[in-house]
Every structure is written in structure tokens, then in C-alpha cells.
Ligand binder design. Structure first.
Ligand code: HGY
Ligand code: MN
Ligand code: MN
Length: 418
């Protein structure tokens, strides 16, 4: 029996909130790659997928993967996915909404099978919190997870390979995680995580491209010393150097259109009020739709770190943790999403994503598309992140119409080896 439209949206939202309760830190939602609360999340996702008529497995990087068969044996495959992990003290919808909506699409088929199969993937890691390297789940699926990444260690000294084993998975099976070569299209539902759709009073947006991003770590090394006895002119203060640089980062980005640059994480040593900081470790996240603008910004901000430190006799070193170019999504799938939304009564805004998503990792391997849902108050990466039931319903109705258009497009199905 098909639930009513608002009921089905309410159930999707309730499921996301249930998933959000599985956290490393009670009272907030923090769920890093393959940490213990992910077991309960896997169980919920698994059970919902099985109930929807899917066969389910967990691959070697911890992606939960449900397959809904086509109406023919040899068939192309549509991938629907998003991520299961969160940033610290997150909301309940970033990532997980895309997985729960994918399962809801299958439920709405009510046993009807299409000329293509559908694989729903809950990616184990997209945010890059535990190992400072994002997109681990989708990188494994496109075969780009390399030994250097597997050797990376988390803040407790646990390597990615050891984390995989500790969760009960086998790193030797990683090659089996690669997408089926029958995959012909990828669709990701995601909250916009910004203010544009709300400002235009729209439910949905289609993503034409995702901005490129560079993530780095800077280490400022000065001289720890006594805060009371060390005259100002004799200091080598790592905190003062980093602070001046952080303001320079903000000034530079504010004066370049479309550029964003963020220092979101700072660690100070020894970290006592009566000790001049000896070492400050700071993150840097730089994003822009044009790679040349982003690369110029990274060079300028690195030079600023060096010059501002030198005048204080503070050493600065830095490492690049992610270099992700801007990625266009598939124009014909994006047009098809736009048409599907219009056919079910919704205006879809074409937009660029300032946030990174698994779609940017999938796009070079399989034609990819994204459907954004409005973020009330433009808020995300925050416990008050939310979605509106009517926007969830709009996304679900659009997705079902998209499946119809996809099934009618013989050229796409042929590309998928139908
Ligand atoms: O940081 C991002 O762009 C996304 O939320 N992973
Ligand atoms: Mn996020
Ligand atoms: Mn996300």
C-alpha cells in the first residue's frame, strides 16, 4: 500500500533523524568513518533495503550497497548514492538524506522492475574527518584508493587499513568494491547546504558543476616561553603568527569574487594560558568554480604564511591533503532531472555546488547528476540543519519521473550495455 505523499516524506525525515541518533558522542551527531556507531547505521540501512526488495552487501571500505534488479537479466545500472559519515556535531541530513531517499525511490516502485537495475550506495566516508582525506568510500568505488591513503593514520595512530580490519572488513577485498561496468548513470540527492534555494523560495536545484577545492595543513613553529617574563620584542609567538595569517586568509578571499577560504581547525601547543604558543597547526580549505583562481589563491595564502611568519622568526611548514579540481556534471542527465521536476510541477534552479560531494568522484567514471533540496536558514554542518517535508516529497516525485524518462531514453540504456 503506497503511503500518502506527506507521510512518505515524514517517514524519510524520521529515518534520517533515527540514523542521527547513532553517534560517537551522545547528545550530538558525530559519526566518523567506520567508528562503532556505524554498525547500527549499517543494520538500519540494510534492513530498509532488504524490506524494499534489494540484495545488500557491505564492501571492503564499508559502503552499504543495495541492488534492485531490472526486468531483464543483462541490464544497465543506475547508481544512487550519498554518504553515511558526518562532520563533528552535525545535522541529521547531510549525506544520509541521499541514501534514505534512494531507498524510498525503490520502495515507491512497489515491486515494479525497470529496464535498468538500481544500486543504492551509502558511502562510508565523504567528509574527510577521521583521516583528513575525504571521499574514501567513493574513491574505492571508482578504483582510486591508493596505498598512500591506506597508510594514513588517524589522531589515535590507527591506519586506514587497520580501521577497516577493526570494523570486521578485509582490505584485500577492496578491488571488488569497484563499480559494475554496467553502470550508466549516477544520481545523488543532497541538501544544498547554502542559502540560494531558500532565498528564491524554491524546493529543488539541479547541480551543473561542483567547485574545486584544496585542503591543506599549516604548522607554525615558534618558541614556547613564559607569558609573564618574556618581553614582547623577544618572543617567537606561533599563535600571533597564525592569527595574523588567518585574518589575511579572510581578507584575501573577501576581495576575490566567488572565492571562499576557511581556517576551520586550529590546534595549539602547549595550550596553556600562561605559556606563549610554541606550535600552532591550522587547516586551510580553499574553493572556487575556476581551478586557476583557486590555485592562485593557494599560492598567495601560502606566501602570506611564509612572510608573516618570517617577520616573527617563526618557521612555517605546510602539506596539501586534498587537491580536487572543479567537476562539471553530465548535462543531459541534469537536463533530464530539470525536465522531470517540471513535469511534476516544480521549478528547479540550475546551480554550482560550493560543497564537495561524492558525485565529483563518480563523475569521471560515470555520467553523474545531483538534485539539491532547500536548506532552511541555509544552515548545514550544524545540529539545526533541516529539510522541509514538501521538499522531500518534491525530490521523491522528481526522482520517480526521472526514472521514467531514463527508462524511455534508449540511447542511455544502450550506453549502459543494455
Ligand atoms: O566539505 C564539504 O564540501 C562537504 O560537506 N563534504
Ligand atoms: Mn558535509
Ligand atoms: Mn555531504
Amino acid at each position: 500500500m503506497s503511503v500518502t505523499k506527506i507521510d512518505r516524506a515524514a517517514r524519510i525525515i524520521a529515518r534520517c533523524r533515527e540514523i542521527a541518533s547513532h553517534t560517537e558522542i551522545s547528545g550530538e551527531t558525530t559519526r566518523r568513518f567506520l567508528t562503532p556507531p556505524m554498525h547500527a547505521v549499517h543494520k538500519l540501512i540494510h534492513d530498509w533495503m532488504v524490506a524494499a526488495g534489494m540484495t545488500v552487501h557491505v564492501d571492503a571500505i564499508g559502503n552499504v550497497r543495495g541492488l534492485y534488479p531490472a526486468n531483464t537479466t543483462k541490464s544497465p545500472r543506475l547508481i544512487i548514492g550519498s554518504h553515511l559519515d558526518t562532520v563533528p556535531n552535525a545535522g541529521a541530513f547531510d549525506g544520509i538524506l541521499g541514501v534514505v531517499l534512494g531507498i524510498a525511490v525503490i520502495e515507491e516502485l512497489q515491486g515494479k522492475h525497470l529496464p535498468f537495475s538500481i544500486e543504492v550506495i551509502g558511502f562510508s566516508e565523504e567528509e574527510g574527518v577521521r583521516f583528513s582525506t575525504p571521499f574514501l568510500g567513493s574513491l574505492a568505488v571508482v578504483g582510486n584508493l591508493y596505498a598512500e591513503t591506506l597508510a594514513r593514520k588517524d589522531r589515535d595512530g590507527v591506519s586506514l587499513t587497520e580501521a577497516i580490519r577493526a570494523y570486521g572488513l578485509d582490505p584485500a577485498q577492496l578491488p571488488a568494491a569497484v563499480l559494475s561496468d554496467e553502470s550508466f548513470a549516477y544520481l545523488e540527492f543532497h541538501i544544498e547546504q547554502g542559502p540560494i534555494l531558500e532565498s528564491e523560495e524554491l524546493s529543488l536545484g539541479v547541480v551543473e558543476a561542483l567547485v574545486g577545492q584544496t585542503r591543506m595543513q599549516f604548522v607554525f613553529d615558534g618558541q614556547a616561553n613564559h607569558a609573564g617574563t618574556t618581553p614582547m620584542h623577544l618572543r617567537r609567538d606561533a599563535m600571533a603568527a597564525a592569527a595574523e595569517w588567518i585574518v589575511a586568509v579572510e581578507d584575501y578571499a573577501s576581495s576575490h569574487k566567488g572565492l571562499v577560504a576557511t581556517v576551520g581547525k586550529v590546534e595549539v601547543s602547549p595550550g596553556a594560558g600562561n605559556v606563549i604558543a610554541g606550535r600552532v597547526t591550522a587547516s586551510l580549505d580553499v574553493r572556487h568554480a575556476e581551478d586557476s583562481v583557486r590555485n592562485t589563491a593557494v599560492a598567495a595564502l601560502t606566501a602570506a604564511a611564509k612572510s608573516l611568519s618570517a617577520k616573527r622568526t617563526v618557521q612555517v611548514t605546510f602539506v596539501t591533503q586534498l587537491e580536487q579540481r572543479a567537476v562539471p556534471l553530465d548535462p543531459s542527465l541534469t537536463d533530464m532531472l530539470h525536465t522531470a521536476a517540471a513535469r511534476v510541477g516544480f521549478t528547479c534552479r540550475r546551480m554550482t555546488s560550493g560543497a564537495g560531494h561524492d558525485a565529483m568522484i563518480l563523475a569521471p567514471s560515470v555520467p553523474s547528476s545531483m538534485l539539491f533540496l532547500r536548506s532552511p536558514r541555509g544552515l548545514s554542518h550544524h545540529p539545526d540543519e533541516s529539510v522541509l517535508p514538501q521538499d522531500v516529497e518534491a525530490a521523491l516525485a522528481t526522482a520517480l519521473e526521472f526514472l521514467t524518462l531514463l527508462g524511455d531514453d534508449k540511447s542511455k540504456l544502450k550506453d549502459g550495455h543494455a
